[in-house]
Design a protein around this ligand. Structure first.
Ligand code: NAD
Length: 667
């Protein structure tokens, strides 16, 4: 059989003749074996579901093969169907497509599956352990084929990785509509995901995995840097900044590994404890942490020196975080900022290592005696919280970083509850930092991808974005100037931070005005052929995209944080205002059933249509969330939306009336 070109392979979709079986590649990271949750009858259903992608002449061959995959991995990935071409984001003109929008989406899909970008690329997992782009390779092949023939008069509907098909629509409609993991609410528990994902009828799309918008580690470094900078702002009484201040945290894993790099960008002394030497050395070898220390006394001396010299330095301490909190308390060293990023959303299977046990001892204990291991975890969390409480009593500002530290510590019986017995003693990073300092103003993780694949285009867009933000800064109200300044600083350093992996992408935080003006300037540059087409997007972790009561919407205090209307309105609203694709997911960040999150992608092709669409859609994409935050009585959001109403003729938002406490107290 002659070897087909890349284009030919895309155009053929699921091949008529089965390709050769692909050997298991031990050199790359693979997803862990998933729970064996299906009954014998359900396994037959899973096979029937998988085989419906193939002509019956192949069923005899594929049925036992898929059955073995299901038993070995807990899922049917259809490894044999994995394409033989290299997986990476190609320049947009290299995709066989009838419209540029479809080519842009193909580029973004391939980026999410690029082995340099994706966590478990052969299982189609982009990040977060289970954040899937597709459930299996047949879905990938079919989707790419549909995208290669879709016209501007059609829309592709994606049901949790499955391409349901191309439906007639219009030029104004999104080219692709994505849903991931959307369940009847009662069927949204962890084991429901295991079961229905194993059956092949749904998937966990995380936030940017199943929406084709992941851009590698840059996003998390930027978000962490913004958080540390704003936390610093909270504790800088006289605006002295973070020089010489100490930030103590834990974890140098997948996302927590961004903390030292973010600490350096924010300009403080960062100490991140990491129990696993391999994780610490990986971050050191990548240049994400400056120094590694194995001895606690050496660490204490190094901290004292770094603080007094006001060094900007990040240090990995190979050991347990509890030891660090206790030792620094004993030495009476002031920790200015404190947090934790052990994986406490997953405490019993390696997310948290208890004090007093080595890494190996913990790994053995969690497998051999899970109950004893649980006791050890709780004992350790209690000790950790006690030490942190001593620090906060002396002035440390401690915040929960969305990793369930306070939740698990409270379950361990640690002293972390506020006096009301309902809330925690310490805020989450969204309650105190991200919510009131960013989201309520409309600042959130705006991003773009240069589809030419050229570094020169990325440099050009960096300059354009910087110029636009500097121009906005000249007339900006005082309360948003620091956010603008942080992002101007970030974009100036962005190239030298060398965080681009995969597609030529950039992130920054901007409000509606910033996002719209940057996008307009990009579209004009595309029109003038200074750069190739640009894909705009954002993380779902944003002002309007995500309803998540313990994270993105944790600073909503009118009771509505357990509703998900905002995210649903966002995706519907974006879809008819000009998005090229839209997505809405159950799960993402904090778990299946705990959050609804949505996002968009938009191609800027230099056209006047794109100009109109970007203004209309980006304006709604941000102000929907500000309006909701204002209705929840968040003061900052009330002022932000009032200001927006003055600027925008057709915007009319319902505002809350204040109620006097004394009236309610008399009842
Ligand atoms: N708020 C956010 O935006 C945000 C972003 C990223 C991650 N998170 C949360 O942060 C957590 C960490 O994410 P990750 O991707 O880095 O996970 P990860 O599992 O890759 O990394 C956690 C690291 O902590 C280390 N560790 C565990 N217990 C320890 C202890 N007692 N002392 C020292 N080190 C210890 C582990 O060895 C591991 O390397 C997760 O719960 C995640 O959901 C939140």
């Amino acid at each position: 059989m002659s070897k087909l070109s890349f284009n030919e392979q895309i155009l053929q979709g699921i091949p008529n003749e089965l390709p050769h079986i692909k050997p298991h590649d031990a050199a790359i990271s693979h997803a862990p074996k998933r729970k064996d949750i299906l009954s014998a009858a359900e396994k037959k259903l899973a096979l029937r579901n998988a085989l419906r992608y193939f002509h019956p002449k192949h069923h005899e061959t594929l049925a036992p093969e898929f059955y073995e995959e299901l038993n070995t991995y807990g899922r049917i990935y259809m490894h044999r169907l994995r394409p033989e071409y290299e997986m990476f984001a190609r320049p947009i003109e290299e995709y066989p497509a009838k419209c540029q929008q479809a080519a842009a989406i193909m580029l973004m899909i391939q980026n999410n599956l690029d082995p340099a970008v994706a966590q478990h690329p052969h299982e189609l997992i982009t990040y977060g352990g289970n954040g899937a782009v597709f459930q299996n390779w047949a879905q990938y092949l079919l989707t790419m084929q549909y995208l290669s023939c879709i016209t501007e008069e059609q829309t592709l509907h994606m049901y949790s990785g499955h391409p349901m098909g191309l439906f007639p629509s219009s030029k104004e409609a999104p080219r692709v509509v994505v849903t991931n993991g959307i369940m009847i609410p009662n069927y949204s528990k962890q084991d429901d995901w295991e079961k229905f994902n194993a059956l092949g009828v749904t998937q966990y799309g995380q936030m940017t995995a199943g929406s084709y918008m992941y851009i590698g580690p840059q996003g998390i470094v930027h978000g962490t840097a913004i958080t540390v900078l704003n936390a610093g702002r909270k504790i800088s009484k006289a605006g002295e900044g973070l020089a010489g201040k100490l930030f103590v945290t834990s974890g140098l894993g997948g996302m927590s590994g961004a903390q030292p790099k973010a600490g350096n960008i924010a300009g403080c002394v960062t100490v991140a404890a990491e129990i696993n030497p391999k994780a610490a050395h990986k971050r050191f070898d990548q240049g994400w942490v400056d120094e590694i220390i194995n001895d606690i006394d050496v660490l204490v001396d190094r901290i004292k020196k770094a603080k007094s010299n006001k060094e900007v330095v990040s240090i990995a301490y190979v050991g347990n975080i509890v030891e660090v909190w206790e030792k620094l308390d004993e030495e009476k060293i002031l920790v200015d900022l404190g947090s934790d990023q052990t994986s406490l959303h997953n405490p019993w299977a390696g997310g948290y290592y208890p004090m007093g046990l080595s890494l190996e001892e913990s790994n053995t204990l969690m497998a051999n005696d899970p109950e004893k291991f649980k006791t050890e975890v709780y004992r350790s969390l209690e000790r950790q919280a006690t030490a942190i409480n001593k620090h906060t009593a002396r002035g440390t500002y401690f915040f929960d970083y969305g990793n369930a530290f306070l939740l698990e510590a409270s379950r361990a019986g640690a002293d972390v509850m506020a006096n009301d017995g309902i809330n925690f003693k310490y805020p989450s990073y969204v309650q105190d930092i991200m919510g009131p300092m960013c989201f309520d103003f409309g600042f959130g993780p705006f991003r773009w991808v240069c589809t030419s694949g050229k570094d020169a285009d990325l440099d050009f867009t960096d300059h354009v974005a910087k110029d636009v933000l500097e121009e906005i800064l000249k007339h900006a109200p005082q309360e948003i100037q620091s956010q603008l300044n942080d992002n101007i600083q970030w974009i100036k350093q962005a190239k030298s931070n060398k965080l681009v992996v995969g597609s030529k992408a950039r992130i920054l935080y901007a409000n509606a005005e910033g996002r719209m003006k940057i996008a307009q300037a990009f579209n004009q540059a595309v029109r003038e052929e200074k750069i190739g087409p640009i894909v705009l997007g954002r993380d779902h972790h944003d002002v309007s995209g995500t309803d998540s009561p313990y994270r993105e919407t944790s600073n909503i205090y009118d009771g509505s944080r357990f509703t998900a209307d905002m995210a649903i309105h966002n995706v519907i609203g974006d879809s008819f205002r000009g998005a090229t694709w839209v997505s809405i997911h159950n799960g993402g960040g904090v778990g299946w059933g705990e959050v609804i999150n949505g996002g968009f992608g938009m191609l800027l092709d230099g056209s006047e249509d794109a100009d109109r669409k970007l203004k209309n859609m980006l304006h709604f994409d941000v102000n929907n969330g500000i309006a909701r935050r204002a209705w929840a009585r968040n003061d900052i959001a009330v002022s932000a939306i009032k200001r927006e109403m003055e600027l925008t003729k057709d915007l009319l938002v319902t505002l809350p009336n204040p109620v006097s406490d004394s009236i309610l107290d008399r009842l």
